[in-house]
Write a protein of this length. Structure first.
Length: 83
């Protein structure tokens, strides 16, 4: 048999498609799992960031108020040179 029949070609193509489908399903499952893990990590990081912000705010509240600026001393009067 020199040339595969149309049915043989079709059978081979269907088998290739089934293998590809199975591969894509595995990839999809892995990606869905990664999305879940990354979502959990993101949520955890958000909580840590909120806690850190709260700590920084608490530290800022504990800082003493800055002193009032001192008034500038009066500048000496300008003198004009007489010719």
């Amino acid at each position: 048999m020199a040339h595969p029949s149309y049915l043989d070609q079709l059978t081979e193509r269907v088998e290739q498609l089934l293998l590809r489908h199975a591969q894509l399903q595995r990839t999809n499952t892995q990606l869905a799992q990664q999305v879940t893990e990354l979502t959990q990590e993101r949520d955890s990081l958000k909580l840590r960031l909120q806690a850190a912000r709260a700590r920084v705010d608490a530290l800022l509240d504990r800082l003493p108020a800055p002193p009032a600026p001192e008034p500038a001393p009066p500048s000496p009067p300008e003198t004009k040179d007489a010719p």
